[in-house]
Design a protein around this ligand. Structure first.
Ligand code: COA
Length: 328
C-alpha cells in the first residue's frame, strides 16, 4: 500500500517584509541579503494570526484540491505550535470540522514536512488511515530575535499542505522511498535555549530566540541533503539524470545551488521560491510545490526529488512522480 499525493494547498500571511525595511532598522542591506541568501522579501504573520490559523487555511485548500471533506488523520509539521502544550494538530482538525480524527504534531523543524509525509505514509501502510492531511506550518518569525541581523533576514511565516491517500506504488503521486536522519550532537548549531524543560526561564531575553551558527549550518546542509537524495535515488533505482525537478528546503539559494552541484544536478532542475518567502521552516517544501504547480514548473508525470535539512539536526529526502492536481 503506497501513500499517493492527491491534493495541495498553501497560505501566506498578507504582510510583506521587504529587505529594505529590515535594512532601515538593522546594520544590513538589500544587496547583502539578496546576494548571500537569494531572499528579497518574506511574509510575517501579524500578532492576531497563529500557526493553527495558517495551517487551517492551507489545509482547507489542500482538502478542496483533493475534492475531500473528510480525512482519517491530520499530521502537522511545526516547531512553533500555538502552545507549548498541547499539540496544535487537534485544534487544526477541529477547526476544519474533521471530527475526532487521529491528529498529531511532528517537530523536525525545517525537515518537519518530510518527517510528516513519512509519518502519514506509515499510517497508510499500517492500515491506520486511508486519507491523511499533512500540513507544514510555522510562525518562525516569533523565534527570531528582532535585533539579530544574522537571522531576521532569513526567516518568514507560512503554511503549506498536501493530502495523501492509499493507493498503488506505480501510480503518479506515490511517495517513497524515504531517507530520514538526525544528529542531536549538533543540536546547538540551531537552538532556542530557553523556554523548554531544560531551561524554563532565563534573565537574558535573547535566550528565548533562535541562536544560529550560520556558517556551520550552511556547510552541513548541502552535504546532508545531497547524501539523503543519493540514498533515495539509489533505493528507487533512479539516476540523477532521471530527476526533472528538485524541491529542496528553501533555506538559502546558495545551499540549494550547492546541493545541486554535489549531486551533479542541472541548476534549472531546482524549484526556487525563496526570493519571496524566505525560510518558512516546515512550510517551505509545500509552499514551493504550490508555487511551482501554479506557474507550470511542475507537470504531471515529472520525476521529483524532495530534500530538507534543519535544526536538530535533522535531514532527509523522498521522491515521487508528480500527479495531476486540481484547484491549487
Ligand atoms: N548583513 C550584513 N552583514 C552580515 C549580515 C547581514 N544580515 N549577517 C551577517 N553579516 C556579516 C557577519 O557579521 C560577518 O561579518 P565579519 O566578517 O565582519 O565577521 C560577514 O557578514 C560574513 O558572515 P558569515 O556568517 O560568514 O556569512 P555567510 O556568507 O555564511 O552568510 C548566512 C550568513 C546566515 C546567510 C549563511 O551562513 C547561511 O545561510 N547559513 C545557513 C542558515 C540556514 O539555512 N539556517 C536554517 C537552516 S534550516
Amino acid at each position: 500500500m503506497a501513500a499517493v499525493l492527491c491534493g495541495l494547498g498553501a497560505w501566506l500571511p498578507p504582510r510583506v517584509l521587504a529587505n529594505e525595511e529590515i535594512a532601515a532598522r538593522l546594520d544590513t542591506s538589500d544587496e547583502w541579503i539578496r546576494s548571500r541568501t537569494g531572499i528579497a522579501e518574506r511574509r510575517v504573520a501579524d500578532p492576531g494570526t497563529s500557526t493553527v490559523d495558517m495551517a487551517v487555511a492551507a489545509g482547507r485548500q489542500a482538502l478542496d484540491s483533493a475534492g475531500l471533506t473528510e480525512v482519517d488523520a491530520v499530521v502537522l509539521a511545526t516547531a512553533t505550535p500555538d502552545q507549548v502544550c498541547p499539540a496544535s494538530a487537534p485544534q487544526v482538525a477541529a477547526r476544519l470540522g474533521l471530527g475526532e480524527v487521529n491528529a498529531v504534531d511532528v517537530n523536525a523543524v525545517c525537515s518537519g514536512f518530510l518527517y510528516a509525509l513519512a509519518t502519514a505514509s506509515g499510517f497508510i501502510a499500517g492500515g491506520i488511515a486511508r486519507r491523511v492531511l499533512v500540513i507544514g506550518a510555522d510562525t518562525f518569525t516569533t523565534l527570531v530575535d528582532p535585533d539579530d541581523r544574522g537571522t531576521v533576514p532569513i526567516f518568514g511565516d507560512g503554511a503549506g499542505a498536501v493530502v495523501l491517500r492509499a493507493g498503488d506504488a506505480d501510480e503518479l503521486g506515490a511517495l517513497g522511498p524515504f531517507a530520514l536522519h538526525s544528529d542531536g550532537g549538533l543540536a546547538e548549531l540551531l537552538m532556542v535555549p530557553a523556554g523548554g524543560a531544560k531551561q524554563r526561564r532565563s534573565d537574558n531575553p535573547h535566550d528565548y530566540f533562535l541562536d544560529m551558527h550560520g556558517q556551520a549550518v550552511f556547510r552541513q546542509a548541502g552535504t546532508r541533503m545531497a547524501e539523503a537524495s543519493r540514498s533515495v535515488l539509489e533505493q528507487a533505482g533512479w539516476t540523477v539524470g532521471d530527476v526533472d525537478r528538485f524541491i529542496g528546503h528553501q533555506a538559502n539559494i546558495r545551499i540549494l545551488q550547492t546541493t545541486a552541484k554535489y549531486l551533479g544536478l542541472p541548476q534549472d532542475a531546482l524549484v526556487v521560491n525563496i526570493e519571496r518567502t524566505g525560510n518558512t521552516s516546515a512550510a517551505s517544501i509545500p509552499l514551493a510545490m504550490a508555487d511551482a504547480q501554479r506557474d507550470g514548473t511542475l507537470l504531471a508525470g515529472q520525476r521529483v526529488l524532495l530534500s530538507a535539512f534543519g535544526a536538530g539536526l535533522t535531514w532527509g529526502a523522498t521522491l515521487l512522480r508528480w500527479p495531476a492536481l486540481a484547484n491549487v
